[in-house]
Design a binder for this molecule. Structure first.
Ligand code: GLY
Length: 371
């Protein structure tokens, strides 16, 4: 039986199951408990082709004989995380006679999880759903905590709501089929938990030859450890209003500006966050906030995760600053999560923009000189 941890968010409580073979072990029992007549799996075509058979087998085992599985798939890519895709989803569910007693199953990475969660939150005023994350990034972060939503041309996750799943089921065996760069992308979020909360995670990452785990590596303990941090933080600040959940945005103020400035090409989200954490470590040191040197260790842990980023990035620190300023104009305070020390994060506002720009510039230089 896979290890189990619970997310407690307000009235809602749900398990996060992490292990190898969790679909076969956990999905039939959850189906028997929730008793949907119809399960709509929201996913991408390639995932359906690769893992759909095994997943359907596990779902069918727990469904009554009259139960149905319907697949709603859409092409990969953040550019499809839109209301247009959600609208197609509503129409698909209606056409198939999907009711409020039925169940949505988000089977994919962060884009699928956010979109399927939003579809489930809003179809007929809300139906139940499960998160089955298939990327390292979504296993350790986005599948837990009930943030759902879609993007507008004006920005990411502008439309959305909180809607928690009935369970999160992470089967780490699917990570074996993940492209190498996608694993590195997820490891940036893993490192984030290390810097924010967990020295063990950093020690483990520093012990990996060439900064990444070997081919036979069992991700289950690491994913479980990160998921436990996420579950705890969500329990303490479900709605992201108390400045606790906001700390999970370590590296994200820089990271979002980098992604936007590059038109969401060249850098994956985790890579942008990794570079953003390097920038944040510089800012913490240079602003005098950090009580200990931070930059060198950030570079040691994070630069290996950026090895597949195309160089040069062809972007200037000025442009990145412009994107940060644009966020500020939209009413979003320019807040940085910075470390006072290892595992000692704080939220900081109003820093001198020339210091911020220098931190960006120096870190872009690290990237172009790095491996
Ligand atoms: N990914 C950050 C959060 O869930 O709050």
């Amino acid at each position: 039986m896979p290890a189990e941890l619970m997310v407690r968010a307000g009235e809602k409580e749900y398990p996060v199951l992490v292990g190898k073979g969790t679909y076969e072990e956990a999905v039939p029992g959850i189906m028997r408990r929730l008793k949907p007549a119809c399960v709509s799996v929201v996913s991408h075509p390639a995932l359906q082709e690769m893992h759909g058979g095994a997943l359907e087998k596990a779902i069918i085992e727990g469904l009554p004989s009259s139960g149905r599985i319907i697949w709603f798939t859409f092409p990969e890519g953040e550019e499809n995380k839109t209301l247009v895709t959600v609208m197609a989803g509503y129409r698909f569910l209606l056409e198939k006679g999907f009711t409020r007693e039925d169940l949505v199953l988000a089977f994919g990475g962060g884009v699928v999880g956010d979109l399927a969660g939003f579809l489930a939150a809003t179809y007929m005023r809300g139906v139940r759903y499960l998160q089955l994350p298939t990327t390292l990034m979504s296993m350790v972060d986005s599948s837990i905590g009930g943030k759902t939503g879609v993007d507008l041309p004006e920005g990411k996750n502008i439309v959305g709501c909180f809607h928690h799943p009935e369970a999160v089921i992470a089967d780490v065996s699917v990570l074996a089929t993940l492209p190498g760069r996608e694993v590195l992308n997820g490891l940036a979020e893993v490192a984030k938990y290390g810097f924010l909360y967990d020295p063990e995670i950093l020690r483990e990452m520093e012990g990996w030859p060439e900064g990444r785990p070997g081919g036979e590596y069992d991700f289950a303990p690491l994913v479980r450890r990160c998921a436990a941090h996420k579950a705890r933080v969500v329990g303490e600040d479900e709605r992201d209003l108390r400045g606790i959940r906001a700390l999970l945005n370590y590296g994200h103020t820089f990271g979002h500006a980098l992604e936007a400035a590059l038109g969401y090409r060249m850098l994956r989200h985790g890579e942008a966050v990794a570079l953003g954490m390097i920038m944040a470590s510089r800012l913490a040191e240079w602003s005098g906030l950090a009580r200990t040197p931070l930059v060198e260790r950030h570079l040691r842990v994070l630069l290996p995760l950026l090895r597949e980023v195309p160089r040069p990035l062809n972007i200037s620190s000025r442009e990145i600053l412009r994107f940060m300023e644009a966020d500020k104009k939209k009413g979003q305070a320019l807040r940085f999560v910075l470390l006072k020390d290892w595992q000692s994060p704080v939220l900081v506002e109003s820093l001198a923009s020339d210091l911020v720009e220098e931190a960006v510039q120096e870190s872009l230089r690290d990237l172009s000189e790095g491996e």
